[in-house]
Design a protein around this ligand. Structure first.
Ligand code: NOJ
Length: 550
């Protein structure tokens, strides 16, 4: 028997960019509530809300200064309670983001900890003495660039941060820290949330000894990810969190697990694991080198994309996995997975077909259902994202010209997916009546929810069609069925079979911009049920066509 979250479609909302009801230029919780009918109509069963807690917003909410509050810019706890209640009326659960590897340097825990080495919170963060020459304890580079160590004059020590210096890492070795975090998560469970997405979870355990690593950049530093991700012993912490928080609730948990490979998944998810699902990044990371340095992208082949998606499914055969192509940290998928110049509308339909028919719980990121695209700003000052700025500085340091550096930014920047949601063709795409915190993508006149709702060939209409098809009781094969990849060697098509109790569905998508003849011996006796190109009676796939057969 499948659980509710194995059948549901999850929709990720990035609140700052979703819908502004006050004219402040940033989205708010009331804005999300006002769009619940839109989400219900789409067929959504849960909303993953990226952080809405109080935060100085250095990393757009992933720097939390109070784990059990609502940030003023997003509204009030009353607004949140109303969101849960209104969502509940439409059978939509609200899933919170737990950011437990680090908090904000403005959190009262850190404010206390930084004062001295003998206060009540002195051991809640990771403090180390300087090297004898006064320099930082190790040469590790933080994920956003710069050292992982920041000197604190007040305490006369360095503190550790995997991300920005405003995001000090919590010391998970301290049981009081863990208790405080579990209490915070339980606070939200009492409010009736439907689950948790757990941020940056592979970093919570640090190695026993901190020592320099072999540099991977020109400046003598090494990406911290390579030094701390998935340190042995991490699963003991997570099993404890499962016992203390997750167990016994009808919720789902999905961990963000950069650094866990497909073959390690069974330890992390399912009966013997800690989470229900894990975001594993091998498919979105294909354009990166090992250290995920944007300015050295690599070319990848379709067979690589297919084999990562298949490997995840093989590794979670006896458990479960999410399906996603976008989130607030990734470029827009139509730009990420297709060469420039390809029709983005058709590309979006191809990915939608996979998202909604491959085995796993689909996670749609806001605007993905409209086929929203990357922006291509030329000026680094227009960008807001801290990681983008860090990558730009890193590229200049590596000897790239500003023009070359911007080219990488245009492709990879997290701001690509953070531009405001495109609701209609009015000013600011209907997102705000004020001045938007981040510019709206100029293509909102064509790509927007209102226009697409009226166009039966739009990306949005295609999403609705696929979701409706998937949610039909008679199509349980798409949720509960097995998954088997076919034509695995093809560099042109991605195809697979889903099967349940003798019922079989076949999905085939054309990843090229050419017509493709399908092998008759396999397809001749199959019936086309859905096609993104209204192409029901040809054995030839049109460019970027997505098809479903019975
Ligand atoms: C992953 C989040 O998705 C990202 O947006 C954030 O910057 C880092 N974790 C740090 O919390």
């Amino acid at each position: 028997m499948l659980k509710w979250w194995q059948k549901a479609i999850v929709y990720q909302v990035y609140p700052k960019s979703f819908c502004d009801t006050t004219g402040s230029g940033t989205g708010d919780i009331k804005g999300i509530t006002s769009k619940l009918d839109y989400l219900h109509d789409l067929g959504i069963g849960a909303i993953w809300l990226t952080p809405v807690y109080p935060s100085p917003m250095v990393d757009n909410g992933y720097d939390i200064s109070d784990y059990t509050g609502i940030g003023d810019m997003f509204g009030t706890m009353k607004d949140f309670d109303e969101l849960i209640a209104e969502a509940g009326k439409r059978d939509i659960k609200i899933v919170m983001d737990l950011v437990f590897n680090h908090c904000s340097d403005q959190h009262k825990w850190f404010q206390e900890s930084r004062k001295s080495s003998d206060n009540s919170k002195s051991d809640w963060f990771i403090w180390r003495d300087a090297k004898p020459d006064g320099s930082a304890p190790t040469n590790w580079r933080s994920i956003f660039g710069g050292s992982v160590w920041t000197w604190c004059e007040e305490r006369g020590q360095y503190y550790f941060h995997t991300f920005a210096s405003e995001q000090p890492d919590l010391n998970w070795e301290n049981p009081d820290v863990r208790r405080a975090l579990y209490d915070a998560a339980n606070f939200w469970l009492k409010k009736g949330v439907g689950g948790f997405r757990i941020d940056a979870i592979t970093y919570i355990k640090k190695p026993a000894e901190f020592h320099d690593g072999k540099p991977d950049g020109q400046d003598g530093t090494i990406n911290v990810h390579l030094m701390i991700a998935n340190t042995p012993g991490i699963l003991d912490f997570l099993h404890e969190m499962k016992r203390e928080v997750f167990d016994g609730h009808d919720i789902f948990t999905v961990g963000e697990a950069n650094g866990v490979s497909a073959d390690e998944l069974p330890q992390w998810v399912g009966k013997d694991g800690v989470f229900d699902m894990l975001f594993e990044f091998s498919h979105v990371d294909l354009p990166f080198n090992d250290a995920e340095i944007w300015c050295y992208p690599r070319k990848w082949k379709l067979t690589e994309l297919k084999s990562t998606l298949t490997a995840t499914r093989e590794a979670t055969k006896n458990s479960w996995c999410p399906v996603f192509f976008e989130n607030h940290d990734q470029p827009r998928s139509v730009n990420h997975f297709f060469p420039s110049g390809y029709d983005t509308k058709k590309s979006a339909k191809v990915l939608a077909m996979i998202l909604l028919t491959i085995r796993g719980t689909p996670f749609i990121y806001q605007g993905e259902e409209l086929g929203m695209t990357n922006v291509s700003w030329e000026d680094i000052n227009i960008y807001d994202d801290i990681s983008t700025k860090g990558q730009y500085a890193f590229a200049l340091n590596e000897g790239f010209s500003p023009k070359e550096a911007i080219k990488h930014i245009q492709f990879f920047s997290r701001d690509n997916s953070r531009t405001p949601m495109q609701w209609n063709a009015e000013a600011n795409a209907g997102f705000t009546s004020g001045k938007s915190w981040l510019p709206v993508n100029e293509n909102y006149i064509d790509i927007n929810a209102e226009a697409e709702a009226k166009d039966e060939n739009s990306v949005l209409s295609w999403y609705k069609k696929l979701i409706e098809f998937r949610l039909k009781k008679s199509h349980e094969v798409l949720t509960a069925g097995s998954y088997r990849e076919i034509f695995a060697d093809s560099e042109e098509i991605f195809a697979y079979e889903r099967e349940l109790d003798g019922e079989k569905i076949i999905v085939v998508v054309n990843f090229t911009d050419k017509n493709l003849k399908l092998p008759d011996e396999y397809f001749a006796d199959k019936r086309i049920i859905l096609t993104s190109e209204n192409n029901f009676d040809s054995s030839e796939l049109q460019p970027l066509e997505a098809r479903l057969y019975e």
